[in-house]
Design a protein around this ligand. Sequence first.
Ligand code: UD1
Length: 378
Amino acid sequence: MANRSLAKDHADTCVLVTGGAGFIGSHTVVELLARGYRVVVVDDLSNSSETALERVRTIAGLAPDDNRLVFYEDSILDRDALSRVFDAHDIDAIIHFAGFKAVGESVQKPLEYYWNNVAGTLVLCDVARAHNVKNIVFSSSATVYGEPEFCPITENCPKHDATNPYGWTKSMLEQVLSDLYVGDNEWNVVLLRYFNPIGAHESGLIGEDPKGIPNNLLPYVAQVAVGKLARVGVFGDDYPTPDGTGVRDYIHVVDLARGHVAALDWMGGKVGTGEARGLGSIAGEPAEDGTRRGVGIFNLGTGTGSSVLDVIHAFERACGHKIPYEIKPRRAGDIAENYASCDKARDELGWVAEYDLDRMCADSWRWQSANPDGYATA
Ligand code: UD1
């Protein structure tokens, strides 16, 4: 069966965003609406808040009843609920964020992680296929490279074994989605490998709202800055990096969100050459309407590495006061350094990250200081 065409205007294109109330999802919905897309969000609110979507409406200037954004509180594991959503809307493409994402928790709860992330994606793809929707952008992660063989990491850097179930779900789902194309050349798949998304929308209305004590560096630093936590533990200062602390490629969540919009234009054949360039992708024959077929793989990062201390100091500049920290032992499973080569996304998608670390921290601080308890403040 044919795939739904993306060769049309944004205003005529309806995008299903799973996990659209979450951190990256909500920022992506803002960027989609800004470019005129119609958006349907499916989110079970297990790690997100409907308030985020109300604020997305405010940012986008949409009245509460404007149906350019529609929300369903459903799990992607609920086949009947998903079918009803596909029956009710002419969905053209899917941006699939919904999934559990806490590395440590995934070690404790492997069954929950594999079930939610892997089985949920299988149900989603099955229902989508039944409705002839075979355009999907998947939220993957630089975690699939494991300890990278080289830096900057290009898309053809070999994948390595994951060190936890969360990482395995990303790696496995890349394989599942690639195999969907191999089995049915109508599929148009993009795998986006995110580096470390941080920051917040410049309005300060939406941002990252982790439950409990944050595991990731930026939300932890932000909560120390706002006085909710005492000091940052720096996990290791004896790595082979310039200041001994771990180096990562932090990317502003708004840049990341725009990368998804660029990916949709690429899938629709509106930008890029479609050449695989040997970097992991499978370039299929384009469809008659010029839209792409195949599997496109892109890193989304800035190409710049920053150390843990760089981040703490940038955040101090943003919030205007010192951030206490202490050096702790290395965290199990951490690597010294990873940062992206983003040439492929630049050349094919016409996308580059615009915001630097200072801007990421300034926006993160605006969100955190206005919403010290996240959406619970609302
Ligand atoms: C982590 C996950 C990765 C996942 C990503 C999602 C691990 C090992 N990796 O990436 O699989 O895709 O989150 O966002 O969990 N750090 C501190 N103190 C802290 C927290 C972190 O020093 O309290 C350091 C870490 O050692 C690392 C850097 O800050 O050098 C970034 O850590 P984090 O934000 O957790 O991201 P990653 O480990 O890169």
